[in-house]
Design a protein. Structure first.
Ligand code: SF4
Length: 470
């Protein structure tokens, strides 16, 4: 899909699980049978499902996608179903908090496939009727009849890859759709998913002026629902667009222009009533994506499908630590593995307590809520002691780091206090977060904060602490 893999404004990528850990080699565990006894609280996860096929290759795309003459959808569906059940069982996941179908172009899959995966998840874990179920859709495969089919299949939120409302820009991006098709799809989506349609837009195209971007954003505001995601184009090596820029056939957008585009877009969206709740995500009327928030809150997620990433504790394989897991990228190889052992996990890496904390920090600082010390029980209707230790909603620093508080890690004089003095960071007894001025600079602030964290953690380990949760 369009947004994933693009650098979000000033450098971040759409969440998908990125932490590097110690490689544990090929996943070779047998398919688990029935979930055995598990420690209380390892019961929830968000589910990401990857549909790897597209009809056409966009000029900027470096995602895991395949353009093939024909897709054996029944075979892919059977493997998605089997892998979803295997991995949910492996993680002893009792409740799926949200589902996200990404790609590739998942709106090319049939509603039958979407329904089958949702039913499969619901057979092995609780999937409440109110759980957010998002489908990424391209305007060229989002006509009203198809969208109605997806809604009937259980989808209740749509993320539409509009990218631009200018035909020349869409051609430059190699998109399959026209601006008129994007408008029609957005209007159909708003009718079918009122309050739950998000539009993706790209800025920073080679040769794009500030005025052109501002005009495009205004046009999108006239069309959108209550959620927008803005992504700065990243020229990834190996893409057609990057090659054109490298050859000098297209100009490379200057950094200052990109920063101006981002800052003026934030101001435009604020004036239109949108709240920035993450580096590149904006919502009004509370239309935040709960699925994406679960990534930024470092909650457990299970990734299903070719190349999908996940983060969960594989209790069914005897695991006791959260792992970063990546599924085999190529669909044919992935299907062979799923048929033979129930899942196509290619890489597994157990995350150490420090690696987990680094993820919590890097992801949490992307959001307006930042990294909070305690679990917030507001709205959950549960007492704090009832919340899961790992894998559950609203995980917070204190749960990941019982022996090193936020205050102890970042309160003393050091990198964080220097950033606070410059007005880019805020730490109080409850949370560490970027200020609005600091958020666009997050990529350049993070190395210093991670360095401070590593130093403090080393001290804790030397004092005999340092054990963390899973
Ligand atoms: S639709 Fe385009 S950007 Fe999205 S995955 Fe397919 S080729 Fe890539």
């Amino acid at each position: 899909m369009a947004a994933r893999g693009l650098r979000a404004a000033l450098g971040a990528v759409r969440p998908r699980g990125t932490g590097a850990g110690r490689a544990a080699g090929l996943g070779s565990a047998p398919e688990p049978s029935e979930p055995g006894p598990e420690p209380a609280g390892h019961a929830t996860a968000a589910l990401y499902v990857h549909w790897p096929y597209c009809r056409k290759r966009c000029s900027y795309c470096s995602f895991n996608k395949y353009v093939v003459p024909a897709v054996d959808e029944a075979a892919v569906r059977a493997c998605l179903v089997r892998e979803a059940q295997t991995l949910l069982r492996l993680g002893h996941v009792r409740s799926v908090t949200s589902v996200f179908f990404g790609g590739g172009t998942p709106s090319l899959a049939s509603p039958h496939t979407i329904a089958a995966v949702l039913e499969a998840a619901a057979e092995v874990a609780h999937l409440s009727a109110g759980a957010e179920v998002t489908l990424e859709a391209n305007p060229s495969s989002a006509d009203p009849a198809r969208l109605s089919g997806f809604r009937a299949a259980g989808v209740n939120r749509l993320s539409l890859g509009v990218q631009s409302l200018d035909d020349a820009e869409l051609r430059l991006l190699g998109r399959e759709h026209t601006a008129a098709e994007a408008r029609a799809a957005a209007e159909a989506a708003r009718k079918l998913f009122p309050g739950r349609t998000s539009l993706d837009l790209i800025f920073g195209l080679p040769g794009q002026s500030h005025e052109a971007w501002a005009r495009g954003l205004e046009a999108a505001l006239g069309l959108c629902d209550d959620h927008l995601a803005l992504y700065q184009l990243t020229l990834e090596r190996g893409t057609a667009l990057e090659a054109q820029v490298r050859r000098g056939a297209l100009p490379e957008p200057p950094e200052e222009l990109l920063a101006d585009m981002y800052l003026s877009a934030r101001a435009t969206l604020a004036a239109a009533g949108f709240h920035q709740y993450e580096v590149s995500n904006f919502a009004r009327k509370g239309a935040r994506s709960t699925h994406n928030l679960s990534y930024w809150r470092a909650e457990q997620h299970v990734g299903v499908g070719p190349g999908a990433h996940g983060r969960f504790v594989p209790w069914g394989e005897g695991g006791r630590q959260r792992e970063a897991r990546v599924q085999t990228p190529h669909p044919d190889a992935w299907m062979r593995e799923v048929r033979s052992r129930g899942h196509g996990t290619r890489r597994r890496a157990a995350l150490s307590p420090l690696e987990l904390l680094q993820e919590v920090l890097a992801l949490g600082l992307r959001t307006d809520e930042g990294v909070t010390q305690q679990v917030s029980t507001a709205g959950l209707g549960r007492r704090e002691e009832e919340l899961p230790l790992t894998g559950g909603p609203s995980q917070r620093w204190g749960l990941f780091s019982p022996s090193l508080s936020l205050e102890a890690a970042f309160g003393a004089p050091g990198e964080a206090s220097a950033l606070q003095e410059r007005g880019w960071l805020r730490l109080n007894g409850r949370a560490l977060r970027c200020t609005p001025a600091g958020l666009p600079l997050l990529d350049s602030l993070l190395p210093a904060l991670l360095c401070q964290l590593r130093r403090r953690w080393k001290t804790v380990e030397e004092d005999g602490g340092g054990q963390g949760p899973r």
